[in-house]
Design a binder for this molecule. Structure first.
Ligand code: PSU
Ligand code: MN
Length: 303
């Protein structure tokens, strides 16, 4: 086992017995939602995973240790400290580990640590991708490169329109990452069920997802796969309202010269502020929806 890795006893036991385990990220806690909703949501997501027959493993870096499975107190700490906890993507891990520091893990780092621990299924809200204007800024999330190289299934609600969805799909195609629609042929756009872009394959059950994952492993591919699960219709947002908020947030980020790792958290926080919390409720519901699917898929994979 990696000398920097700590697997929580309950997670360790489940893995040793071949029971279903689902990984969860922590940037969504520290940087993706405001306190105290972030902590409430993180705990509710863990509970939802349990209710659907799997063991949750929320992932973070605490005191330089790579943690697979957090205590309630650790989740509370990450949520309360918020942006005071470093956002940790792939390039950040070496320094955080060497310094014994804390980090909230993005999709990329959560995949890395899940894979080290032997966890194959990971549920989140949205992934990072190719940003709008990337042809000049070169702002492309390390999440995409990780999907190309680490064998974890990431279950999300598609990608927010803060990204260029078309370019994000092109990048994933180049890298050979399968993009699967759960019960849909269309890529969902996080807050809304449709984006106008197609996915590579439609899959309609956890058993089928498990079969595609097993086949990918049997083919000895090094990368993972992206499952996009549309937000339940009753929680979907009005496209015009959300698009207007995203456009305004994007304009402000350019005016204020927001750069690098701050871009995504800035846009996420502004969109929540501009939509008066409606988008936060949608965000919570889609994460819970992804947690349910991930737990059932992990169970199907464990059979
Ligand atoms: N998109 C969301 N919600 C999030 C994130 C992205 O809709 O919480 C977070 C995830 O942790 C993701 C990270 O991995 O932002 C991507 O950051 P960047 O674009 O800097 O790679
Ligand atoms: Mn970026």
């Amino acid at each position: 086992m990696n000398p920097y890795l700590d697997i929580a006893p309950e997670v360790q036991r489940a893995l040793a017995e071949g029971k279903p385990v689902v990984a969860l990220e922590s940037t969504i806690i520290s940087h993706g939602m405001p306190y105290p909703k972030n902590v409430e949501t993180a705990l509710l997501v863990e509970q939802t995973i349990r209710e659907n027959g799997a063991v949750p493993a929320t992932i973070a870096v605490i005191g330089g240790r790579l943690k697979a499975g957090l205590s309630r107190e650790e989740i509370e700490y990450l949520g309360k400290t918020g942006r005071g906890v470093a956002k940790a993507s792939r390039r950040d891990l070496p320094a955080l580990v060497a310094r014994g520091a804390d980090g909230a893990t993005t999709v990329a780092t959560t995949m890395i640590i899940a894979n080290m621990a032997g966890i194959r299924i990971f549920a989140t809200g949205g992934i990072g991708g190719v940003h709008r204007g990337a042809e000049t800024t070169m702002d492309i999330s390390a999440d995409l490169e990780e999907l190309a190289s680490t064998p974890v299934m990431v279950i999300c609600a598609g990608a927010k329109a803060i990204l260029d969805l078309g370019l994000t799909l092109e990048y994933l195609e180049t890298k050979g990452v399968p993009v699967i629609g759960y019960g849909t042929e269309e890529l969902p756009a996080f807050y809304t069920r449709e984006s106008g872009f197609g996915v590579d394959y439609r899959v309609d059950s956890p058993a089928e997802l498990a079969a595609v994952y097993r086949a990918q492993r049997a083919l000895d591919y090094k990368g993972g796969m992206l499952v996009t699960n549309p937000i339940p219709a009753e929680y979907a947002m009005d496209k015009q309202i959300i698009d207007a908020a995203i456009e305004q947030a994007l304009r402000e980020s350019v005016e204020q010269g927001v750069k690098g790792k701050d871009v995504t958290p800035f846009l996420l926080a502004r969109v929540v502020e501009l939509t008066g919390g409606d988008s936060l409720e949608s965000n919570i519901q889609l994460v819970l929806n992804n947690a349910r699917l991930a737990a059932r898929t992990a169970a199907a994979l464990a059979e």
